[in-house]
Design a protein around this ligand. Structure first.
Ligand code: FAD
Length: 446
């Protein structure tokens, strides 16, 4: 860092210079800092509006309860650990089981169960399933959106009967027929893989033990700060600086350099990388936004519970036709009960309940009661609202995002990550690989 004491035309505060400035201290920003150090950059600054690192890896604790905004599960073979090996011993090893509530009110296998979704449909049901698959493969071959893609593979009847169509609407925030086909292909490849005849037969047979599997991990009980603070120290020791809780006002180009105006000073750099929401970067740079990019706002409801929960799995997806909640995660399975009670988080798409936490809670209570889940004392301990949780891939959105990224690149800014690239990036693993690829990082073979 170099406080040059120079003045910009719009600001009287001194300019502090860095070789690189990275906007966003989530997984993308942290990996970017690590990669750039390896590539020989020094004097790197990571700036975030949040007052902590880890981005949208957010927990919430009260009393002895500890929840996350969603189901955040990590793996011990993640490439993130190659950058930050000090994280590994801090995670809590877990053995979660995933399940789903199907439209028939049965808690069964995720994402599909041959027994509960196909065989239990009965003779007539199975004929309808087969006939609709055949019909789709012969006459519904056009795939212009997520609904047509999944219908081609599993047929319209199973798509509805299994609840996948209802879940997709809950997950994507909009009707599956409005979802971009490219995203559907990327995110729903498992459907085409599972729907092959060979795979269906294999699922009916008893499974043989597969080879080495990765270990599933949860963050430390104390929260994400406990996990990511050592990563921050690791980067600081290598010369990275952090400016957290920063109020970013604008970005301008002055003599080939970027000037990032904060509320109280100006930071200058020849190289600017952004991992914050695309529209925010465009607005900071005063670049015109051609199209609005929609994102999901997520309401997380934090419940404690005493009684008969009605399922054994730690993570349940809602595939039933009703109920606005999308997924629930029982954190007491990972960290032990608190005050003698189990506790879990339920994620609700805010638009499906008019953005209201009270509506989300009422809807959840009614739905689980109707499905005989959580029979006993269910208490709302708290809630959180996360805007920009993930992108909504309405048709055309991928192209609009690509155009926005191109405009920023023409301005000189590389933008990538979940928000910076308007890219769903489901895991820290995918996010790490994406950041590495964006910065042309070559991993040294072990
Ligand atoms: C509900 C949920 C469940 C997830 N489940 C998993 C999981 O099981 N396993 C796993 O590995 N990962 C999971 N992820 C996260 C996944 O790892 C992300 O793709 C990754 O964290 C993206 O990192 P990022 O740095 O690109 O973006 P983020 O960490 O999302 O954000 C980067 C930065 O963008 C800015 N920003 C973001 N949102 C806003 C906002 N609303 N307002 C202002 N600034 C904002 C902030 O500066 C933030 O630090 C989950 C995330 C969520 C939200």
């Amino acid at each position: 860092m170099n406080d040059s004491g120079r003045r910009t035309p719009h600001q009287t505060s001194p300019v502090m210079e860095y070789d690189v400035i990275i906007l966003g201290a989530g997984v993308s920003g942290l990996v970017a800092a690590s990669v750039l150090i390896d590539q020989g950059y020094r004097h790197i600054l990571v700036v975030d509006e949040y007052d902590r690192i880890g981005g949208n890896h957010i927990h919430w604790s009260s009393d002895d309860y500890t929840f996350d905004v969603g189901s955040l599960i990590f793996q011990d073979d993640s490439p993130l650990l190659a950058h930050f090996p000090e994280l590994l011993p801090l995670y809590v090893p877990i053995e979660p089981e995933w399940g789903r509530l199907n439209p028939q009110g049965v808690i069964t296998n995720y994402p599909i169960s041959v027994r509960d979704d196909i065989i239990r449909a009965g003779g007539l049901g199975m004929i309808r399933i087969m006939a609709s698959v055949l019909y789709a493969r012969l006459f519904q071959r056009r795939m212009r959106n997520a609904k047509e893609f999944s219908r081609y593979w599993i047929g319209g009847y199973l798509l509805w009967h299994s609840g996948l169509e209802s879940y997709m609407k809950r997950f994507y925030g909009i009707a599956p027929e409005k979802i971009d086909i490219e995203l559907a292909k990327k995110r729903m490849q498992w459907i085409s893989e599972h729907a092959s005849l060979g795979n269906l037969v294999r699922r009916l047979l008893p499974s043989k033990a597969s080879g080495v599997r990765n270990r599933q991990l949860a963050r430390p009980k104390a929260g994400f700060a406990r996990l990511y603070d050592p990563a921050r120290e690791h980067l600081e020791q290598r010369g990275v600086h952090f400016e957290l809780g920063a109020q970013m006002k604008s970005i301008e180009k002055v003599h080939g350099q970027f000037h990032l105006h904060l509320s109280d000073r100006v930071l200058a750099t020849p190289k600017l990388i952004s991992t914050i929401p695309l529209e925010q970067t465009q607005s900071l740079c005063a670049l015109e936004q051609q199209h609005r990019l929609e994102t999901i706002t997520l309401i997380s409801l934090y419940f404690s519970f005493s009684g008969e929960r009605g399922f054994r799995q730690s993570i349940i997806y809602n595939f039933s036709h009703d109920g606005a909640w999308k997924r629930l995660t029982v954190y007491s399975d990972f960290y032990g009960r608190a005050n003698g009670r189990e506790y879990f988080a339920a994620e609700v798409i805010a638009d499906h309940v008019g953005g209201s936490i009270a509506n989300a809670e009422t809807d959840f209570r009614e739905h689980v009661r109707a499905n005989r889940l959580f029979r006993g004392d269910l208490k709302l301990e708290g809630s959180q609202v996360l805007t920009n949780a993930y992108p909504i891939y309405r048709q055309g959105a991928a192209q609009h995002a690509a155009d926005a990224i191109k405009t920023l690149r023409a301005f000189g800014i590389e933008s990538f990550g979940r928000h910076g690239g308007f890219n769903y990036l489901p895991t820290a693993r995918a996010t790490t690989l994406d950041a590495e690829a964006a910065l042309d990082f070559k991993r040294t073979p072990q």
